[in-house]
Design a protein around this ligand. Structure first.
Ligand SMILES: [Fe+2]
Ligand SMILES: [Fe+2]
Length: 338
């Protein structure tokens, strides 16, 4: 792979710019295992050196979050990823995952929404951190586009990415979506690794992307807590109504897509699912990444354990996302243990 551009089948190209805020790519032009391991460690471990509490809404919390996000930046260049050769069976399994279009488009949408929100924020710390988050979504898109090209996966033409008018709403939708998707993806990823369904080198290639999603939802949870803390009570009420509306929207969107999938599988007339793309894959995909029959309760336990493991290296005073783990713990009470 010689290029950093993500080629869409309709000919549209997305060029990956250098990282923003004076950050750079790793200087190594090749896959240097020592440098990769050091960057990986730095991306997973971070402590704020000042003692005392980090209360959301305070200047210290703001500085800590911004520093965390910047100092855990992983400078890998998508072009140095060496895609492993797959057996015909493993390639078939990979190609038939119903996620590639939705994954590429989700990264493209997330990039634009985060960058748009960052540009509307006046506080320089949040502006820089959320802008970098948006840039990293663009890098994910390039990683996926390179993978798709390397294994000959055919994609549908991408839709036009439209700049959101309401940037805060768009950021909230993207942020909460990532909190749900990442939580389940952590468990599915561990399952894929354990099952040996895909070669370990391929799974390892995605490890930095997974950890990056953990950093993203860490940033989002702390931005959300700080944003809440800074609002006067009357604006806080309006904001909480907005958050509730975002959750309702996400529920409706996911139920709608699940229905579309069912229609498509049963030969119905679902318009948006010509290739049966699954936006709920992170919730429903355990069978596609493992040949072991995994009980839902077991999957929840794995997601919770992986969630704790991935967040463990970051300063304990920073906020963590709470809703998806809470719902998973609740669900476990009603599900048979495996
Ligand atoms: Fe992403
Ligand atoms: Fe993300």
């Amino acid at each position: 792979m010689q290029t950093s551009s993500a080629a869409a089948p309709d000919g549209a190209e997305f060029e990956l710019s250098p990282p923003p805020g004076g950050l750079g790519f790793s200087p190594s032009a090749t896959w240097d295992p020592v440098a990769v391991a050091a960057a990986d460690h730095a991306a997973r471990h971070w402590q704020w050196p000042e003692p005392g509490p980090l209360r959301p809404g305070t200047e210290a919390h703001e500085r800590a979050v911004a520093r965390m996000f910047r100092e855990t930046f992983n400078p890998y260049k998508p072009t140095i990823i060496d895609w492993p050769k797959l057996t015909p069976e493993a390639r078939e399994r990979l190609i038939s995952l119903p996620i590639w279009d939705i994954a590429v488009q989700t990264e493209g949408k997330a990039r634009l929404r985060m960058v748009s929100y960052a540009n509307s924020v006046t506080n320089p710390q949040w502006r820089e951190a959320i802008g970098l988050n948006g840039w990293e979504e663009g890098r994910h898109k390039v990683v996926l586009a390179n993978l798709v090209a390397a294994y000959g996966i055919a994609l549908e033409p991408e839709p036009a990415y439209i700049e959101p008018r309401d940037t805060e709403w768009a950021y909230l939708v993207t942020g909460f979506s990532e909190c749900i998707d990442s939580f389940f993806a952590f468990g599915l990823f561990a399952l894929a690794k354990r099952s040996g369904f895909f070669p370990p080198e391929l799974v390892d290639t995605f490890e930095p992307v997974m950890q990056e999603e953990c950093r993203h939802i860490l940033l989002f949870a702390n931005w959300l807590a700080a944003h809440r803390a800074r609002l006067p009570w009357w604006r806080r009420i309006a904001f909480e109504a907005r958050v509730a509306a975002v959750w309702a929207f996400l529920g409706w969107e996911r139920i709608g897509i699940a229905r579309g999938m069912d229609d498509d599988r049963s030969g119905g007339k679902a318009k948006d699912t010509a290739k049966a793309q699954d936006n709920n894959f992170t919730v429903t995909g355990s069978k596609a990444v493992s040949d072991v029959d995994v009980k839902l309760g077991e999957l929840m336990a794995l997601c919770l354990a992986e969630n704790d493991r991935r967040f463990a290296g970051y300063d304990a005073r920073l906020r963590r996302p709470t809703t998806a783990p809470f719902l998973a713990r609740l669900a476990r009470r009603f599900l048979p243990r495996g």
